[in-house]
Ligand binder design. Structure first.
Ligand code: NAD
Length: 512
């Protein structure tokens, strides 16, 4: 059954009853509302209300989607790169034209503030822009006269059906890390967004369809483990891009590669921010507060642990505590925007609170406490206020587990060597930053710290579309990272063609 495309705004009937937003799949160019093997609620975390029921697709629907993508591949592969790029020029414009709609959908199903939704959606747009450059990005190399009369060239060809499995925390941006570049390279695609935030993905694909997407080139399925497992073993899937937590990233990598697929799997993180005694106080406090509490701490690049070196704690902590206490928390689905929104679910809020409680019981001190926050006009929202936990030691649960909430750990170290050693003991390796006025300290840090993305006087050193997103260790499983030239390499396979033409054949016609 072909369904009407979903409206992104909250709809209420004349009697005030809440209507659920449709959440269809998109397969072979058709929008369909299906039952799946079950459903899962999508919340507006600002209100604690169910706003949609997402169908959980089983192996049958996954098979349909992959087959549709496989059928669409030959014609799409043969579409010239300049034409594929034009699809994304049109798409970019449509995303810009519908920017407010997209951001409001992100606010509504994820709980980001409008400013955060805008910022992250723009990071996504930059990935569309990068994909628009595909004719130049696909250039190969040539060497004339590799041997006498022999030339050699490299070509970059698409793989076939690629899959994207995305997390809840960036509903617009992370899917845009994947499908624009994969499609621009000539692949077809099946997207499986987080079942917690499927509505933004529906809207993003609705816009791609309007831009002129040929049938079957991009397909959308929904669901959880069962759906993912069917994608991981499907014989026609060639490559899998994954972003989510580390245990799942590892599982996706191991299962996908065991089934012969190319896999890039981004995992979770614990990012250290070293504050040296000579750091500029007001800039450091602003940056640290944004790094720890921006997006309610639900960022893989959140600066979740500050390591204060020497007198840095005395210089920075009083203002940081004041900044945390001044952060206004509230619902993000209305005009009056707060500084910080809710976390994704009630269950996740409870996990964040229990990790803070564990820190306290293991000897840490809560010096800014957002646990008791109450929002009068949104009593059922999933809120946690900005929280700072001081005197955290490396063996504590809160020091080791990714909290993924608005919680900043503070550790105190005597010198930079100790700070780097603590940061380097982490199992993860996504981001790390240093705040200092010393070039020598910054140089030492950037060379020695064990993390793939490093910031100097910058709280969130997340890379933009033209650079790879270079997590290390348990923050990444695979070889080629998402974004940038590595992204192009991931979504293509290289062919080397060596050519010789014989002298006495038809090649000599010009002499006659
Ligand atoms: P998650 O791992 O729970 O889910 C991610 C995706 O995997 C979802 O689509 C989900 O449906 C699917 N999934 C969940 N459990 C599964 C299972 N057992 N088997 C198969 N598939 C499964 O992650 P999340 O809670 O949605 O997102 C938050 C996590 O993502 C955090 O750990 C965060 O650090 C990480 N993240 C990492 C990056 C990065 O680039 N490194 C970026 C954003 C988020």
């Amino acid at each position: 059954m072909s369904a009407k495309l979903p409206k992104e705004n909250i709809t209420r009937g004349s009697n005030g009853a809440h209507k659920l937003t449709p959440c269809p799949v998109f397969i072979g160019g058709e929008w369909r509302e299906i039952g799946g093997v079950g459903t899962s609620p999508v919340f507006n975390p600002s209100r604690g209300e169910t706003i949609a029921e997402v169908p959980l697709c089983g192996a049958d629907v996954v098979d349909e989607a992959v087959e549709a993508a496989a059928d669409a591949f030959p014609a799409w592969r043969d579409t010239p790169p300049v034409e594929r790029a034009r699809l994304f020029f049109r798409y970019r414009q449509l995303v810009e034209d519908n920017f407010e709609r997209i951001c409001r959908t992100v606010c509504r199903e994820h709980g980001k503030t409008y400013a955060e939704a805008r910022g992250s959606a723009y990071r996504g747009i930059e990935n569309i822009e990068y994909a628009c450059g595909i004719p130049s990005l696909l250039f190969g190399d040539t060497l004339e006269n590799l041997a006498r009369g022999v030339d050699c060239e490299t070509m970059h060809q698409p793989l076939g059906v690629c899959v994207g499995i995305t997390p809840f925390n960036f509903p617009a941006m992370v899917p845009l890390w994947m499908f624009p570049l994969a499609l621009a390279c000539g692949n077809t695609f099946v997207l499986k967004p987080s079942e917690k935030v499927p509505l933004t993905a529906v809207l993003m694909i609705e816009l791609l369809e309007k831009a002129g997407l040929p049938k079957g080139v991009l397909n959308l399925v929904h669901g959880g483990r069962e759906c993912v497992d069917a994608l991981l073993v499907h014989p026609k899937v060639r490559a899998i891009s994954f972003v989510g937590s580390s245990p799942v990233a590892k599982y996706i990598y191991e299962t996908g590669t065991r089934n012969g697929k190319r896999v890039q799997a981004n995992g979770g993180a614990k990012n250290y921010v070293v504050v040296m005694p000579d750091a500029d106080v007001s800039n450091t406090v602003d940056a640290l507060s944004t790094a720890a509490f921006g997006c309610a701490g639900e960022r893989c690049m959140a600066g979740s642990t500050a390591i204060a070196v020497g007198k840095a704690a005395d210089r920075v902590l009083p203002s940081l505590v004041e900044a945390a206490r001044n952060i206004r928390v509230g619902p993000t689905d209305s005009e009056a925007q707060p500084d910080m929104g809710p976390v994704i679910t009630a269950q996740h809020r409870d996990r964040v609170l229990s990790l803070v409680a564990a820190g306290e019981s293991e000897g840490a001190k809560v010096i800014a406490d957002g646990r008791g926050v109450k929002i009068a006009d949104a009593p059922n929202g999933f809120f946690v206020g900005a929280t700072i936990v001081d005197q955290v030691a490396n063996e504590m649960t809160i020091a080791r587990e990714e909290v993924f909430g608005p919680v900043l750990n503070v550790m105190r170290m005597a010198d930079l060597d100790d700070a780097i050693e603590i940061a380097n003991r982490s199992a993860y390796g996504n981001g790390a930053s240093i705040f200092t006025n010393s070039g020598k300290a910054a140089r030492e840090f950037k060379n020695r710290v064990k993390a793939g993305m490093v910031g100097i006087n910058l709280g969130v050193p997340a890379t933009m579309a033209m650079f790879p997103f270079t997590g290390w260790d348990e923050s990444f499983y695979g070889d080629l990272h998402i974004q940038g030239r590595e992204g192009v390499q991931f979504y293509t396979q290289q062919k080397v063609v060596t050519t010789r033409w014989f002298g006495d054949g038809v090649g000599d016609v010009w002499k006659k």
